[in-house]
Design a protein around this ligand. Structure first.
Ligand SMILES: Nc1ncnc2c1ncn2[C@@H]1O[C@H](COP(=O)(O)OP(=O)(O)OP(=O)(O)O)[C@@H](O)[C@H]1O
Length: 271
């Protein structure tokens, strides 16, 4: 079953009328992970921000976004706020930008859980502490008292994963969630994403320019170039039999990079 359908999405900058996303359509099926890949500036983030209506005021979008068959593109902002988080949750590229710098993590999480579930402080804290423990975050009670700047990017990403586990949304949108992290933390966070999918049975849109990561997590892939979807298919179709030159180029550069690392590390790394 299709859970989220994006139809003829067009996005443009009203300041200079530059078209950023050109009439793209794609869908996310139940319990599947769709990866959006492409080089920097190809429009991956803009696509997801447009679904969530997180674009800057000068950016406009047209088209349709259907969630469980209902058009949410023209939903009033108050209804959209309710939907975001509980039904469709976005995990940002940079953990720091997801949290209010002037509030503690606890205040932020409690507000979110109050808004979506009406939980009081005790209920929210219990759920978050349990969720953070389940993904091996140490001292969760202390974490709730901290401000975002007191925690590392990897910690903030994991807190967002813990919150997503509590919210159990139907669709999770993860925008390059490992970009700002070092290699070891990246590996751990990807592992958390894979188990997040298993535990919540959520569908996922996973944005990445790292095809190695995509191979680990995705079922379906769309490839973007200059605001257009140039190829789409299942993971094995895209990797084993890419039809588009740009897809072939992305895969070959990934393989070259992988081989270089293998040589450097004496054959110890796989992609
Ligand atoms: N706030 C903005 N205002 C105007 N143009 C923007 C804005 N944000 C992004 N763009 C432009 O939109 C295009 C697509 O950007 P987008 O961030 O979606 O790319 P991306 O594929 O996600 O890249 P990256 O992998 O670097 O995050 C780029 O040309 C970018 O310059």
């Amino acid at each position: 079953m299709v859970l989220l359908e994006v139809k003829n999405l067009k996005v443009w900058d009203t300041r200079n009328n530059e078209v950023i996303i050109k009439n793209n359509s794609f869908s996310v099926k139940e319990n599947r992970c769709l990866a959006i890949v492409g080089e920097s500036g190809s429009g991956k983030s803009m696509t997801c921000k447009s679904i969530m209506r997180l674009n800057k005021p000068w950016i406009e979008a047209s088209g349709n976004v259907l969630f469980k068959g209902k058009d949410i593109f023209n939903l009033p902002n108050t209804k959209m706020r309710k939907l975001c988080g509980k039904n469709i949750a976005m995990i940002m590229q940079n953990g720091m930008s997801a949290f209010d710098p002037s509030s503690t993590i606890g205040v932020h999480l409690r507000e979110t859980l109050w808004e979506h579930y009406g939980w009081d402080k005790k209920h929210a804290d219990e759920a978050m502490v349990q969720s953070m423990e389940s993904i091996m975050l140490k001292n969760p009670k202390e974490i709730l008292k901290k401000y975002p700047h007191q925690l590392s990017g990897g910690m903030l990403q994991r807190i967002m994963i813990a919150l997503t586990l509590v919210l159990e949304p139907d669709v999770i949108i993860a925008d390059e969630p490992t970009t700002a992290l070092d290699t070891i933390t990246q590996f751990e966070v990807i592992h958390q994403f894979v188990s997040l999918r298993k535990r919540t049975k959520s569908s996922m849109i996973f944005i990445s320019h790292d095809l190695g990561v995509v191979k680990k997590i995705a079922d379906d892939v769309i490839v973007m170039q200059d605001g257009c979807i140039v190829e789409s298919g299942t993971l094995s179709e895209i990797f084993k039999n890419p039809k588009n030159n740009y897809t072939r180029y992305l895969i070959s550069t990934r393989e070259e990079l992988g081989n270089k690392y293998k040589k450097m590390l004496g054959g110890g790394i796989g992609c």
